[in-house]
Design a binder for this molecule. Structure first.
Ligand SMILES: [Fe+2]
Length: 197
């Protein structure tokens, strides 16, 4: 059955226990995720957790464990989709995560990690996909970089056509909006949490 409709950006309550790190690592094994994607995902989860912890400290309503799990799993289908390019890695990854964990919120973050239209976001309900998308935008391979660096690198690697370059520019704008929102919620730029400034 196609469960893609389950990823519509509706508010999903934090009623279900988040998949543990151990379960996420088991899923990496099950889907034979290569080491470089594990390293990347670990760093994305680090950035996401720092932001989630800081927001939690100021009583922002979120579930840190769900955000970490979603960040750890966001690229679970990346390698499979490089080898099978008719699939989209965010869609397939979200379906795998939903099937294995039945955690719709964690799967929602996987689904939206590479394209998140700010016009469809209502906070605080969508804070999980906002943080996961933003954290992924800050990690190039396994290094924390600025959004400028990250999208400049994506342009070089994937900007082979005008359409692709337009798409990358659009996603960069989305990530800049997420950065503005997170900065305003935190009262400081997220770099201060990442020991970058
Ligand atoms: Fe990623």
């Amino acid at each position: 059955m196609n469960r893609m409709h389950e990823f519509i950006l509706e508010p999903i309550p934090y009623t279900k226990e988040a998949p543990s790190r151990a379960l996420c690592h088991m899923l990496w094994d099950e889907y034979t995720m290569p080491n470089h994607i594990r390293n990347h995902s670990t760093q994305v989860a680090f950035v996401a957790e720092r932001i989630a912890q800081a927001l939690s400290h100021i009583s922002y309503p979120l579930c840190i464990e769900s955000i970490v799990a979603s960040a750890l799993l966001h690229d679970i289908a990346k390698m499979y989709c490089i080898e099978n390019p008719s699939y989209r890695h965010n869609e397939l990854g979200a379906l795998w995560v939903l099937e294995k964990t039945e955690h719709r919120l964690v799967a929602q973050g996987v689904y939206y990690h590479n394209y998140l239209n700010p016009e469809h976001i209502t906070l605080p309900y969508h804070i999980l996909p906002v943080i996961v998308m933003y954290a992924d935008s800050r990690v190039q391979h396994a290094d924390i970089v600025s959004l400028e660096e990250r999208y400049a690198d994506l342009l070089i690697r994937y900007g082979t056509t005008i359409e692709r370059r337009k798409h990358i520019a659009l996603v960069k704008e989305q990530a800049l909006t997420m950065e503005k929102w997170i900065t305003s919620l935190l009262g400081e730029h997220p770099d201060t949490l990442l020991s970058l400034s």
